[in-house]
Design a protein around this ligand. Structure first.
Ligand SMILES: Nc1ncnc2c1ncn2[C@@H]1O[C@H](COP(=O)(O)OP(=O)(O)OP(=O)(O)O)[C@@H](O)[C@H]1O
Length: 706
């Protein structure tokens, strides 16, 4: 007997509390163990249009709605008695006549006011005339719509849907149909239909979005443990394919913010570890707070499976490098940016320093080129392309710079410091097999999130961590390297060629297109900050066109105030409205460009009478507190409502950063990353977004408004 749960069951569970929730889970486990157990008091629902719906008594008030076939049970829904019955009476579970996908169809003829097909009629006399909006899908034939999975009963409603009411209709449609219709609205074309080729019931690729087959009690426990996290149980068919496929070499998953790249990376790690009971997997990312967030999510995904958890290492890239360096070199102390700046200044401005090169230029060259690539000798530096830094440097100038770099490295060593380049040089094996990390220290699969911010030396280090059958690192081995990232969110690193370092993802780059996080209105607005197609140095392009959000919400607000006090007041009022609407403080974040703007965010919290949670490596979101985060820290987080505040003309792009530019060509890099920062900040919002500043405001706001 096949046993499954539906996403609607998980949604129902999410609304239950305390003893009801516990009892519903217990009943679900009992059903899985023995659906014929007499204690379950199961009976067929006489008034349901679908004759396979049964009710199971959980306690005096709660009922599970079961869909029962001879050879399959599906936990379809759970709720208080009357609501559960009403749900079942209005639905039918059926296979789509054209696509073959199994769908939960809402029956229009008995639809209630919350799910009626026609908008209510208004009295012409007392309601102002609303502007007329043309139907969006009049040009589509029935066959077109059936081909994308619109249930036959919804053809009329879809045909007449216009932009203001599309999402009302969409609530009754299966996700695959909503996605295809939105794609049609944005591109004028229907997506090519996935041919499911005569799959059995519940085995169509789209069925995985809403039904999950449960094989063991452990499977069920995992699915019900955190019912509020749908991604743990239900994947989009594209996500599932990328997780479970043999890619035949290094692969990169792209997609704009909120399309589930991290979710795919997490599932991939768990999938590889489950597939091979001896596999060791590394799941890594670019900073410690992001790694902590990954570890937390992975724990949810793997549940109590301690063997699985033990074989998946989650660690931030800098920490991995430091661990490896310690193992090789003993205790290490890495020079921070300020120490490096001071050391360069002392050498470059001294009597032997180069005449025509400013210390600021050398410092940028140190970070962007020399350290990022872990260069150790002048010849390598001379031969290095300087992407993103277009000032042409002759061989003599490069030698002059190298002389400073050499001296600075020696000075730092005298002070007991090492540099990242020294670390990477020590830990990246140059000529195998000498210097290889032992096999125990390497991994069968290396999975990297936020890959857009990985630098060249880090990429080589990652490749060296991939284990192969021969005992040598072999990054081209299928499954060895899996990257997830978005070029539009590159905020730390200069671009560089992955192919030149032997990591060739050409032909293995995939773009996710369904945005689960951000409302249609917020996503389309934020997307205006970036070009439709971004390409990396190797010419691999990532298109953002055709991306869809599955829900809608209020349009984002962009407001400029005459001064800081007025801005603080307008944000305070905005948050008060949200709180009045029932949002909790911890669902709201104030995001600022950098720490210098923190007092303005604190003033908003104070005006609201709320304690702030200053997010960072140590502090997390806390109940009853409003979050304050810089744009860099906000990366990887999400909130129901976000105010991106203090977007003044000198804050974004950062005037301080622009003033520090030594190479005019760096201006592009600074502008790009500042723009990306605003994009990252705006896309942390699920439902509500306010972008504010003091007039005239950041020049980027015009793009958001355009
Ligand atoms: N299959 C899914 N079903 C439901 N929700 C999903 C699914 N996949 C992703 N999500 C949700 O979408 C949101 C964004 O997911 P995720 O963080 O993986 O996106 P991302 O592409 O990595 O975003 P970013 O680029 O901003 O880091 C999360 O709330 C996640 O739970």
């Amino acid at each position: 007997m096949d046993f499954r749960i539906a996403d609607s069951f998980v949604d129902g569970l999410r609304r239950l509390r305390g003893p009801d929730l516990k009892a519903a889970k217990t009943a679900a486990f009992d059903l899985q163990l023995d659906p014929a157990a007499p204690g379950l008091r199961m009976h067929r629902l006489d008034r349901a249009a679908d004759r396979n719906f049964w009710s199971v008594r959980v306690n005096a008030d709660i009922r599970i709605i079961l869909h029962r076939l001879d050879d399959a049970l599906l936990l379809a829904y759970v709720d208080h008695h009357d609501a559960a019955y009403r749900w079942a009476e209005r639905r039918r579970i059926e296979r789509h006549p054209v696509t073959g996908a199994t769908q939960i169809v809402v029956l229009p003829e008995v639809a209630g006011p919350d799910e009626g097909t026609a908008p209510p009629l208004r009295q012409a006399a007392d309601v102002p005339q609303e502007p007329w909006h043309p139907p969006l899908f009049l040009d589509l034939t029935d066959d077109d719509m059936l081909g994308i999975g619109v249930p036959p009963s919804e053809l009329q409603a879809v045909r007449h849907a216009s932009s203001p009411d599309f999402f009302d209709v969409a609530e009754r449609l299966p996700q695959e149909a909503v996605e295809a219709l939105l794609d049609y609205v944005s591109t004028g074309r229907l997506p090519v239909r996935r041919d499911a080729g005569g799959t059995a019931a519940f085995e169509h690729p789209d069925d995985g979005r809403r039904f999950r087959t449960i094989h063991t009690p452990e499977d069920l426990r995992r699915a019900l443990d955190y019912p509020w996290d749908r991604w743990i149980v239900f994947l989009h068919p594209d996500q599932r394919r990328l997780v479970e496929r043999d890619h035949g070499g290094p692969v990169r998953i792209a997609g704009s913010a909120g399309t589930g790249k991290t979710v795919v990376a997490l599932h991939r790690a768990a999938w590889i570890a489950r597939r091979d009971a001896r596999a060791r997997v590394l799941l890594t990312t670019v900073s410690a707070p992001l790694a902590a967030a990954l570890a937390h999510k992975l724990e949810r995904l793997t549940g109590h499976d301690s063997d699985l958890a033990a074989r998946i290492t989650v660690r931030a890239l800098p920490d991995l490098a430091e661990d490896a360096a310690r193992a090789r070199l003993g205790p290490v102390r890495i020079a921070d940016a300020e120490t490096v700046r001071a050391a360069i200044l002392a050498r470059a401005a001294g009597p032997t320093g180069p005449r025509h090169l400013r210390p600021g230029f050398i410092t940028a060259e140190w970070h962007e080129v020399i350290e990022a690539r872990a260069l150790t000798d002048a010849a390598a530096y001379r031969a290095t392309p300087r992407l993103g830094r277009r000032t042409r440097l002759g061989a003599r100038q490069r030698d002059e710079i190298w002389a400073v770099v050499d001296a600075v490295r020696a000075d730092l060593a005298d002070q007991g410091f090492t540099t990242l380049a020294a670390i990477y040089t020590a830990i990246i094996p140059a000529t195998p097999p000498q210097g290889l990390p032992t096999d125990d220290a390497r991994f069968d699969a290396v999975i990297v999130d936020e890959a857009q911010d990985v630098g060249p030396a880090e990429l080589r280090f990652l490749a060296s961590l991939a284990r192969s059958g021969s005992g040598r690192p072999d990054a081209s081995r299928p499954d060895a390297l899996f990257f997830a990232g978005d070029l539009g969110q590159r905020i730390f690193r200069q671009p560089f060629s992955w192919a030149a370092l032997g990591i060739d993802i050409r032909g293995r780059s995939h773009v996710l297109k369904v945005n689960y996080r951000t409302s249609h209105q917020i996503r389309t607005r934020a997307d205006r900050l970036l070009p439709e197609v971004l390409a990396d140095v190797d010419g691999v392009s990532e298109g953002r066109d055709g991306t869809v959000s599955l829900f809608d919400g209020p349009p984002p607000e962009i407001r400029l105030a005459v001064d800081e006090t007025t801005e603080i007041r307008l944000i305070t009022d905005w948050v008060l409205d949200l709180l009045d609407d029932g949002m909790s403080p911890e669902e709201i974040a104030l995001i600022i460009r950098d720490d210098s703007l923190r007092p303005r965010a604190e003033a908003v919290a104070a005006a609201l009478g709320l304690a702030p949670a200053h997010l960072g490596a140590e502090v997390a979101v806390a109940d009853g507190r409003i979050a304050i985060a810089t744009m860099h820290v906000a990366k990887g987080l999400e909130f129901r409502a976000v105010a991106v505040m203090a977007c003044d003309d000198d804050a974004l792009p950062s005037a301080a950063r622009i003033a520090a530019i030594a190479d005019e060509a760096d201006l592009d890099h600074v502008y790009d990353t500042e723009r990306h920062l605003l994009y990252v900040a705006c896309t942390r919002a699920r439902d509500r977004l306010l972008v504010s500043g003091v007039a005239p405001g950041s020049e980027f706001l015009a793009d958001l408004e355009a």
